[in-house]
Structures are given as C-alpha cells and as structure tokens.
Design a protein around this ligand. Structure first.
Ligand code: ZN
Length: 300
C-alpha cells in the first residue's frame, strides 16, 4: 500500500502529492478528493463537504483551469460543486446530489464535525446553489493536456457511481465504490446483484491499474479488492457470508444492516482481503431497489 507525505495544511484542508501530477486533499472528517493536473487543465475528482473554501485552497495549488467531476452524489464528495457552480456527474446521481439530504448546509456541517472541531460553524459552510451539471457515462474521457482520465461506471454504493482511471499512474480514483466499508445499505444504493456486475466490469480494466485511491482511509487499496468484492457479492447472494448485524451506518440508512465479513485489526476482514460490504437483505436483487426521485433543494 502506498504512503503519503504531508505537504500543506490549512484550517480546513490537508494535502499531499501521491504522484508527480496528483494531489490528495482531505477535509475535516478525513474525506478525500484528488487534483489531477495535465498541461492545459486540472481535474478535481470529488469536492469534500463544502466546509471551508476548497476552491480558494486549490487556487494555491495550481494556476490551471479546473474541471470538477464527482464520483457520486453524496455530500462528502460534492461540496465544491457549490463553489465552481458546475460539475460532471453521472445522470443517475444528479437528483441525489441536489437533494436536501446531500446539499443542505446543516447536514454538511454535521458530517464535517463528526469529530468535534474547534470554531467551525455554519458560517464556514459553502451555501448550496443551483449547479450546472454535465452528464458523464461509462467510457467518457477527460483530456487534461497530455493526461487522459477515463470514466468507468460502477453502480453499487450509489446508482450513479463512477471511478476514474489514470493509466499513466496505474491508479483508479474510486470514491466510495469498493473498499473496506463499501456501503450498499443507503437510499440510492444499487442491489448486490447489480454491484456484482459492476465489479466484473471494473475487473476488465485490471491490467491498467495497481491501486485504488478512495474517498476515505488515507491509503490506497490494492486492485485485488475488486476480486475480493466479487467473491463477497457471490457469498452474500448465496447466504454464505458472515451476516453480522450492525447498527445503521448513518441517519439515512435503513434498519437491518448486515456486514458481510467479520472485521479484525485495522478494519481488515479477519479472513483477509481488502473489501467488505454493508447491505440489507431487502437489497439483494435488482427489482428490490428503487431509484431516488427527490425534489432538488427541498426537505432540508
Ligand atoms: Zn458515498
């Protein structure tokens, strides 16, 4: 697993280079995003919670024009879209991103101050504003000038989840798509059946990357996490996983959450591997999960 070195710190953000042209930036709650620079433009992959000005922080890091893409519509990935006022996002997650649950200032402050933070108030939260969205789909490419970044759709954690492939650095920026705490128990998650298909799709690219840098967790996970996830989904669908009852992972998640594999030290499954999944028994099959259809900016 790759290590990062601390580089730059402000009241709200910390950043370090993980590759020559890629900076990992983390927010107050440890949520992570990535700034990938080409010769002509930079791509901000995810936007943290929007507590403190990420846009001002990034202006210190690069003079390039910045495009923003979000791996999915959750509030700990989309905060900066309210500063840039436009972003690339898979259409399946547009409603989720602009729902009150994920755009609301108080919800975002609450996330950022999960661990008590001194002197952080609602005044530090970037207000939600209408955002121009450009749809992205599986197979799309961002040309940053000498640096190409590819979109791979991986519905699961949310229906509109994408990951970004950086062939030159042999890395995938994976948001919350596949990790040691993959949440498929949320409103807007896809079924285990669909997630299994997504992981098979992602696996087709395994020759092009070694690691996945995600939205949380400080370190990259090896690409073998994808295979671990495939095996887990198969076990879940046949009732052979550990099925450990766990409390709902957030106010938004449903009752009856199950963890697929027993955790040991450092959150790692005791059986080994780099993937674990939280799910509910009513979310195993395609037809059981309905897409989110919320009215934007309401129900805050
Ligand atoms: Zn998420």
């Amino acid at each position: 697993m790759e290590q990062t070195t601390e580089m730059r710190e402000s009241k709200f953000f910390k950043s370090s280079k993980i590759f020559e042209n890629v900076t990992l930036i983390s927010g107050l709650a440890g949520e992570q995003c990535y700034l990938v620079e080409g010769s002509e433009r930079a791509l901000l992959i995810d936007g943290l919670t929007g507590v403190g000005s990420l846009r001002a922080y990034i202006r210190e890091l690069t003079d390039l024009p910045v495009l923003v893409v979000v791996t999915h519509g959750h509030l700990d990935h989309t905060g900066a879209v309210f500063e840039y006022r436009e972003c690339f996002i898979h259409p399946e997650d547009m409603a989720l991103m602009s729902s009150g649950m994920h755009s609301g200032e108080e919800a975002r402050l609450e996330f950022a101050t999960r661990k008590p933070q001194e002197g952080i108030t609602l005044a530090d939260v970037v207000p939600a504003v209408p955002v121009k969205t450009y749809p992205i789909y599986d197979g799309d490419m961002f040309d940053l000038g000498g640096v190409m970044i590819e979109v791979i759709a991986v519905p699961g954690h949310t229906r509109g989840t994408v990951v970004l492939l950086d062939r030159a650095n042999r890395a995938v920026y994976s948001g919350d798509a596949c990790n040691l705490n993959t949440l498929l128990n949320l409103p807007g998650s896809a079924s285990i059946e669909e997630y299994l298909e997504s992981l098979h799709h992602l696996k087709q690219y395994e020759g092009a990357f070694d690691v996945m840098w995600g939205g949380h967790g400080k370190r990259a996970v090896p690409k073998s996490a994808v295979e671990d996830g495939i095996r887990l989904c198969e076990e879940i669908l046949t009732g052979k996983d550990d099925r450990i009852a766990v409390p709902p992972t957030s106010k938004r998640s449903k009752e009856g959450c199950l963890l697929a594999k027993q955790r040991g030290e450092n959150f790692l499954p005791v059986e080994g591997g780099y993937c674990n999944i939280v799910y509910t028994l009513d979310g195993l099959h395609r037809a059981e999960k309905q897409p989110i259809r919320e009215i934007p900016y309401q129900n805050r």
